[in-house]
Design a protein around this ligand. Structure first.
Ligand code: UD1
Ligand code: UDP
Length: 386
């Protein structure tokens, strides 16, 4: 039987990591049925935001790299749209897989669907209900341009139903008659798989970093709302520095280049203070295996990342989220994620709460059975074979 041709489309760091779960499952279980073509839009291009993941997670080099680079939303999305349309028309795929909510997700969804090539959206139905976030617009459009939508959580599945997607739709599926499926989260698959590898391959990483288990806090910050708003940027980093000093706790901050640039250019005095503070370790972004070790061994995690807040749950760590809202609402209900916005009072209160209640926190399984990638690929074969 002819193989299905699937485009696996990535652009930003978390998408490369997510795509590795699908690539791995294709290689181990579906290589007779699926021909995978990897497309990298080039939205992320620094080695530590891109190539390091291809190397470490053993993903095949992309078949196409569109090399769009950085730019304002319109330019970046427009360039991807223009370049990826050419590739789609050339490759004529049976379907194109897109992940999450970046500008690469949006552009790929539009390019494929407007040329009548079906789109498969992984991590469909996530909603913050805040359309001032670029990601919220991206994910809404991506969902409504898709034929097959995979929700990671019950909440995401319900969000799709609330927007008119119907679980009772039957084949043949199309953009006008889409299929929605609840699968669990491929990042849970990845965390289980790579945590074991991280222990084996990076045994000395913590020692080399001079870090002691449970004695440091892991911090990541990269969201537009926190890097581009001077008030929020200042409030967050000033509060974190004060907390580190007051509690004599090391904070490890693998910062996205956008945050580093913002600190250096917009608040140079604060940046100097951070750099001179022995308890604050501003470092370059780390690899995924290194990140897993930092997450597993930390006392607590402070982040504005979607992926990192979820990983805090996988590794049973309390997490302060530097946003007003989150898409992963089950974590807030569970009491292990506290939304602190960029508010010094809320950040400090959440810190105190977690330090005092750490032992009583519980981390139930919200994200499936760790086999979401296989479930997804079986469903793709079922839908696009017919
Ligand atoms: C993007 C996504 C965000 C996701 C994040 C994952 C959009 C709108 N946002 O945000 O949802 O959470 O990726 O990390 O798609 N830069 C570099 N080197 C690089 C890439 C970027 O220095 O390899 C710097 C550039 O100054 C660039 C800035 O980071 O202007 C922002 O990059 P961009 O890809 O536009 O957005 P992210 O903040 O990375
Ligand atoms: N990550 C990483 N190294 C880092 C920071 C993050 O490997 O220095 C991983 C992290 O473990 C998670 C993913 O990147 O799997 C999250 O990406 P990011 O925070 O950039 O984006 P978001 O999830 O918010 O879209």
């Amino acid at each position: 039987m002819k193989k299905l041709k699937i485009l696996n489309i990535v652009g930003a760091r978390p998408q490369i990591i997510k795509a590795s779960a699908i690539s791995r499952a294709i290689a181990s279980k579906f290589s007779d049925e699926i021909n995978e073509i990897i497309i990298h839009t080039g939205q992320h291009y620094d080695r530590e935001l891109s190539e390091v993941f291809f190397d470490e997670l053993e993903i095949r080099k992309p078949d196409h790299n569109l090399q769009v680079g950085s730019g304002r939303h319109g330019r970046q999305t427009g360039l991807i749209l223009e370049r990826i349309e050419e590739v789609i028309l050339d490759e004529k795929p049976d379907c194109s897989i897109i992940y999450g909510d970046t500008n690469s997700t949006l552009a790929a969804a539009l390019a494929a669907s407007k040329q009548h090539y079906p789109v498969v959206h992984i991590e469909a139905g996530m909603r913050s209900f805040n359309k001032t976030m670029p990601e919220e617009l991206n994910r809404i459009v991506a969902d409504h341009a898709s034929t097959l939508l995979f929700a990671s959580t019950n909440t995401a599945f319900k969000n799709l139903m609330a927007e008119g997607f119907r679980p009772e739709n039957v084949a043949p599926y199309s953009i006008n008659n889409p299929r929605i499926v609840l699968t669990g989260d491929i990042m849970y698959d990845n965390s289980l798989f790579y945590a074991e590898l991280a222990d084996r391959k990076k045994q000395n990483f913590l020692d080399k970093m001079d870090l002691v288990e449970d004695r440091f806090v892991l911090v990541t910050i990269h969201r537009e709302i926190n890097t581009d708003d001077l008030g929020r940027l200042t409030a967050i980093f000033t509060t974190l520095m004060e907390l580190a000093e007051k509690n004599q706790t090391v904070m490890v901050m693998p910062l996205h280049p956008r945050t580093l640039i913002a600190l250096r250019d917009k608040v140079p005095v604060l940046y100097e203070k951070l750099s001179g503070n022995k308890l604050i370790r501003v470092i370059r972004p780390v690899s995924f295996l290194e990140m897993i070790l930092l997450e597993k061994k930390s006392l607590m995690i402070i982040t504005d990342s979607g992926g990192v807040q979820k990983e805090s749950h996988f590794f049973s760590k309390p997490c302060i989220v530097l946003r007003k809202e989150t898409e992963w609402v089950e974590l807030v209900k569970n009491g292990t994620v506290k939304l602190a916005d960029a508010d010094p009072g809320k950040i400090t209160e959440a810190w105190g709460y977690f330090i005092n209640n750490k032992e009583s926190l519980k981390y139930p399984g919200f994200y499936g059975d760790g086999k979401a990638a296989v479930t997804i690929l079986n469903k793709i074969i079922e839908v696009f074979r017919s």
